[in-house]
Ligand binder design. Structure first.
Ligand SMILES: *Cc1c(COP(=O)(O)O)cnc(C)c1O
Length: 455
């Protein structure tokens, strides 16, 4: 007990120091991997040491090498911060140490998982009987939803993947918008489906339904999966769900929606129109560790037909279920796992329905402020329609844009990603952190204004 108490006290103390440093410290890390390696030392000691001392050593050596990702001025990639309710609950998840794969063995987690699943379906506007799996992130959520889809479309073609594998079976066509997230290709590799067929997109990166329809018309008898996107990482754009899903279902395709951050538009009456029609799909992905600001690892997969998900992920055959609700491990790739539903429940319970809507609206409002502020800077063009949380800007030429990215990183007030969109170098701003304030946006815009001086 004493060991726990001293180690946890140190961790608590250091965590508060870290969080209170966020407003003042530079967002980028201030030490290199080599420097941190040296500070830690590489020799594994022969003898053990006190856990509390190990915590102190770790923090002292690592602090300069930490990137202020939970800072309100971190706009890199598309990742969130940590909401206090989710962070504190995440500590309890480790202390409670519930291996939550089996329903009746961990009743507290099972109850929370059931409640959270129903809340998620409600907030995300998805069919109430769908199965919900708590996975590590959107990559694994895409993997899980697409595994269910692969097995279902092959099953309809008379091929049992679970029994026979893929070898010798019918080909599965996978159609995706050309601006899908790169991890869609990765999970198709995990699934043995090879590279997808790319469907052309419009100037906002949204899949074009006319191209999808003609692709579907070729070889329409083949088992087919269509992957749509809610939230393009560059433009924030949303695929046209109603038309794309109708066209796909008319050809018997399984439709999966990757909404890692964008699916949360459904939680706000002001932004719900962006996902209109998405509920007609067969499976969906979202992350809790992005928009919802839960610590990593927290992704969510939702599959309309619980039997299809269990057929793909169940450890038993699809009809041999011990608990009539199915076991939690029947819905995800892993057997053992941490109590992932607890922090998701905590942040939803803390925000409430209106708080979730307000969170989404606030992120979008900050993105709009960024777009307006950038537009006022000479030679800066915002390339996307800022419909959600993403802003992409060019500073005139690729070279100038690169230089701005470099200067911003050196300045350290803010972190924005240098990326390439539609063959141009861009500065990409993703507003995903619950704690970002108007002042953070203003300070970050000021850093951009400074970065263009003398360019
Ligand atoms: C972030 C993201 C992913 C991958 O999510 P992870 O949680 O990092 O695995 C997939 N798709 C989209 C659209 C994303 O934004």
């Amino acid at each position: 007990m004493d060991q726990h108490s001293r180690a946890l006290d140190r961790a608590h103390h250091h965590a508060l120091d870290w969080l209170s440093s966020l407003d003042g410290r530079p967002v980028p890390p201030q030490a290199s991997i080599d420097q941190i390696t040296q500070a830690l030392g590489t020799t594994l000691p022969r003898d053990g040491s006190d856990p509390a001392e190990v915590i102190d050593l770790l923090v002292e050596a690592c602090d300069p090498g930490l990137t202020a990702m939970p800072s309100g001025r971190f706009f890199g990639f598309v990742i969130g911060g940590t909401h206090p309710a989710a962070l504190a609950t995440d500590w309890l998840v480790s202390a409670w140490d519930q291996n939550s794969g089996l329903r009746r063995v961990t009743p507290a987690h099972s109850a929370v998982e059931d409640i959270t699943s129903a809340w998620l379906l409600d907030l995300l506007g998805l069919p109430s009987g769908s199965a919900v799996g708590f996975v590590t992130g959107a990559t694994m959520a895409n993997f899980t939803g697409l595994a269910a889809g692969r097995d279902a479309v092959l099953g309809r073609a008379g091929w049992d993947v679970a029994e026979r594998g893929l070898t010798g079976g019918p080909r599965v066509r996978v159609l995706v918008g050309a601006e899908r997230h790169d991890t869609v290709d990765l999970v198709l590799r995990y699934l043995g489906l090879g590279s997808p067929e790319l469907v052309s997109v419009d100037e906002q990166g949204r899949l074009r339904v006319d191209t999808l329809e003609s692709a579907l018309a070729d070889a329409s008898s083949e088992p087919t999966i269509v992957v749509l996107q809610a939230g393009n990482v560059h433009s924030g754009g949303f695929d046209p769900f109603t038309e794309a899903i109708n066209a796909s279902h008319a050809r018997g395709a399984w439709v999966h929606v990757d909404g890692a951050f964008g699916l949360w538009a459904a939680a706000s009456s002001s932004y719900r129109h962006l996902v209109a029609g998405h509920e007609a799909a067969d499976s969906w992905t979202t992350d809790a560790h992005k928009t919802l600001n839960v610590p990593y690892d927290s992704g969510i997969v939702i599959v309309r037909d619980p039997v299809a998900l269990r057929a793909a992920m169940g450890v038993h055959g699809p009809y041999l279920v011990h608990d009539e609700m199915g076991e939690p491990f029947d819905k995800v790739p892993e057997l053992s796992r941490r109590g992932r539903a607890f922090p998701v429940w905590a942040v939803l319970r803390s925000l409430g329905r209106s708080g979730v809507a307000e969170l989404v609206e606030r992120l979008c409002r900050h993105a709009a402020t960024f777009a307006a502020g950038l537009d006022d800077i000479p030679d800066v063009t915002v390339l996307n329609d800022v419909v959600f949380t993403q802003v992409c800007a060019t500073f005139g030429s690729d070279e100038r844009t690169e230089e701005v990215v470099r200067r911003l990183l050196a300045d350290g007030t803010t972190w924005m990603t240098g990326s390439t969109w539609q063959d141009r170098r861009v500065l990409r701003i993703s507003v995903s952190n619950w704690s970002t304030t108007d002042d953070d946006v203003e300070r970050s815009l000021e850093a951009v204004r400074k970065a263009v001086v003398g360019l």
